[in-house]
Ligand binder design. Structure first.
Ligand SMILES: C[S@@+](CC[C@H](N)C(=O)[O-])C[C@H]1O[C@@H](n2cnc3c(N)ncnc32)[C@H](O)[C@@H]1O
Length: 308
């Protein structure tokens, strides 16, 4: 299981205590850092600390950081790349342990829609054991991954299945911020495809938007504005969500998506309710757990085991 203590150990082994204190501007003696700094500060050493100090970056990370301006990364979301990615990867390893499929003993693990490999960054380094795979529609993500993560198998595919992997190939698949984007018909095609490539009893762990974000939108106009909606559109989205359990709208410029290999008609924002999942997904999966709003006070986790 991925833990903050593994990050502490990396800092200790690379004698990076002084670099961390300096990069983060901490009022703490370097020799006391590992005992006294909170987990949040230790993770920040790998995120904003490493962005501020090239020396620290080179000591504690084993790979470079993707450059701003490439792979759809801008300066603002570098924290997302390095900080939140750690907590997401940690959560998936905790679910793996909880449901009897530890990453360490899995044969093969797929990061479906791996983007810049930001979760794989921590897993490959700190949770060795499985053969890691990353899949993407975006050739730029695949090329960067292949260049920097030689131990990961990358799979490029089209926006619709098939993915080009064997039946039952994976013990664990996780998909961070993928099912939060699919049109209803496309989400079902991918759900059946992921069921096919997951081994019987294997774990599928996804994030999605749902009731938690809808309720936030109802009480916080700034939240629906950030989703590109005005009040009228937002109201019609949450009415559809209440009635059907699945509400999808497109919100990105199609031409900007299509250069990244994404199908602009079927990729936007999707809200999926807990009840919809219990009604429709249980033909393929046992739903082990749904956690609303657990991902950054916004997205929900759905943890499933393959049936059959
Ligand atoms: C919000 S990003 C999340 C990336 C990564 N999971 C992460 O958390 O950093 C969504 C990713 O899904 C990929 N994607 C787009 N269309 C897809 C499709 N039809 N199937 C699978 N992935 C797709 C995009 O290229 C993009 O990298």
């Amino acid at each position: 299981m991925l833990s903050c203590d593994q990050l502490r150990e990396r800092i200790r082994q690379t004698s990076a205590e002084k670099d961390v204190v300096k990069a983060l501007g901490l009022d703490i003696a370097p020799e006391r850092l590992l005992a006294e700094a909170s987990d949040q500060f230790i993770v920040r050493a790998f995120a904003d600390g490493s962005l501020r100090s090239d020396t620290l970056l080179k000591k504690i990370h084993t790979r470079p950081i993707p450059e701003v301006g490439t792979q759809n990364i801008d300066k603002k979301n570098m924290g997302y790349e390095l900080n939140r990615a750690f907590w997401h990867a940690k959560a998936y390893t905790e679910f793996g342990d909880k449901y009897g499929k530890p990453f360490e003993t899995a044969r093969a693990v797929l990061d479906f829609g791996c983007g810049t490999s930001r979760l794989l960054r921590y897993l490959v380094d700190f949770v060795p054991g499985p053969q890691y795979y990353g899949s993407e529609v975006n050739p730029e993500n695949i090329a960067w991954g292949k260049k920097n993560y030689s131990e990961v198998n990358y799979v490029q595919h089209e926006p619709t299945p098939p993915i080009g992997c064997d039946d039952s190939a994976f013990d664990i698949i996780y998909a961070q911020s993928i099912f939060s984007h699919y049109a209803e018909s496309l989400h079902w095609k991918w759900l059946t495809e992921l069921h096919r490539i997951l081994a019987p009893g294997g774990l599928l762990m996804i994030t999605k938007e749902g009731r938690h974000l809808v309720e936030r939108c109802k009480s916080e106009p700034e939240t629906f504005k950030r989703l590109g909606l005005d009040r009228q559109d937002a109201t019609s989205i949450w009415q559809r969500f209440d009635e059907d359990g699945y509400a999808f709208y497109t919100r990105y410029r199609k031409d900007r998506l299509e250069v990244r290999g994404i199908d602009g008609d079927n990729w936007g924002t999707a809200f999926i309710s807990e009840q919809y999942i219990l009604k429709n997904w249980t033909s393929l999966f046992d739903i082990l757990e749904q956690q609303e709003g657990a991902v950054g006070n916004r997205q929900d986790y759905v943890i499933m085991r393959r049936k059959g």
